[in-house]
Design a protein around this ligand. Sequence first.
Ligand code: ADP
Length: 513
Amino acid sequence: MKRPLTAFSHSLGKQVRSVRFRLMLWSLLMIAIILVGFSIFVYTQQARDVSYDSINRVNRMARLFIPTLHDVPVMVPHSDDTTGPSLGSLSSPGFASNATPIFQSYDAGALVDSNGQVLQKVGPVNDADLTSLAKTWQDTGAGVDPKTAQVSTTSSSGQANNSAYYFVLSHVVDTGGNTGTLIIGSPVDPDGRLSSLALNLVLGSVAVLFITLVGGYWLAGRVMRPVQTITKAAQQISETDLRRRLNLGTKDELGELADTFDQMLGRLESAFDRQRQFTADASHELRTPLTIIELETERALERHRKPEEYTRALQVIQTENETMARLVSDLLTLARMDAGQTMIKTEQMDLSDIALEVVERLQSLASHRQIMLETGDLPEVPIRGDHQYMVQMLTNLVENALKYAGENGKTVHVETGLSETSSPAGGWVRVIDNGPGIPPEHLPHLFDRFYRVDKARTRLDDSSSAQSLSSATSSGLGLAIVQWIAQAHGGRVSVKSEVGQGSTFEVWLPISE
Ligand code: ADP
């Protein structure tokens, strides 16, 4: 019994917290405030009109009996030759019969003597109220301006009521010297206009609020539907299903949100893909040297071997170890670069100094491979760069040229220059070889991680020349690192190559004076 109840209150709480519910509530509140304001305005306007009418009426009626309201009228005996209504005398009043044609059934008129005795009256106001009105008037000496009072009335059908009246009271004296009080009254709202207006306003407001409630709930639901779609889709999209898109297809703000979300998913997907590819490639690259080491060790340990055989086995193991060390170091460099943990400490430097430094360092390697490593024009190229990274970048390029130029008698040429036409102003360093070149279909992928033009050949080359080119073993990461360094310095790297002619790698960097 308890559980469904908690579930119900939980879903109710969720409903109440929902944007849809709150939107509806806010619109309801707004409309309610507007309605209340409007009703108050209309009601007060109408109430003012109604009371003006009533005051006018009561004044008009009073003037019939009291020509100048501030005078104390002397009662004239009722006779046929007087024009207009007459009050008669207090001892034999003629007021009622005369008053009747002018008065409406709800109006009140009365003559009260000095003892509070109601001598004459027309209209529904009860005697007790008339007496107390006359008494109050006598006590306070209130003027003849109309005043409101709440009085009890009895209609002709005998129905008792409580109504608001405007009254004009006046002191009267008859010819015999008897004094009394004349009371003329008219209801504030004789036709019940105010109460029917109030009823209409309340009913109208309730109707409008109901429509707002239903309409608001429906409208809010419609507006929120795309949000629900987005939420549902987002819940379904998991790490393994990043290919899915929301594709909301609307041009409004929510469509824009969904588009942004889709773009983010796209970036996430490609980041995940790159990461996955990277891990797969890295493990694949590490597996080959590990397998070779394992096979080599197994073979060496199978039986007793000659010392030269052990030496050869150890040399193979050493080479593979170097491959792995290089690979791990490159991977680490790239991982750090990706994670943004690499600190680039830039200083003012001359790119041609770096070129010279790298060429000198790799000279012995080049002569070992019987390749000519030479410098061309080296004008000063002032840049801001990190010395260590600049050296690494150029070393990778020159090592590649030496590695892939292949046969003896080839040359590798390093030169720098300033590109006058480019904006911003830049300088470049080129590594030019007349090696085998790279087929055009490979050029777009050359700077991708682990990309090698000819995997089998590269590895074979590496093992056969392991001793001579120990630091230049192939990982397929060298050019990716070159590109990262160039970009991190605000520059770029490009390649031109023709099969049989050779390749030219150019790094462009912004000049810094
Ligand atoms: P690797 O560690 O294999 O050298 P790189 O990223 O430095 O990795 O180079 C990627 C591939 O580009 C190489 O495997 C090679 O096939 C090709 N390459 C790079 N430089 C040259 C060059 N100067 N001449 C011919 N091919 C090259």
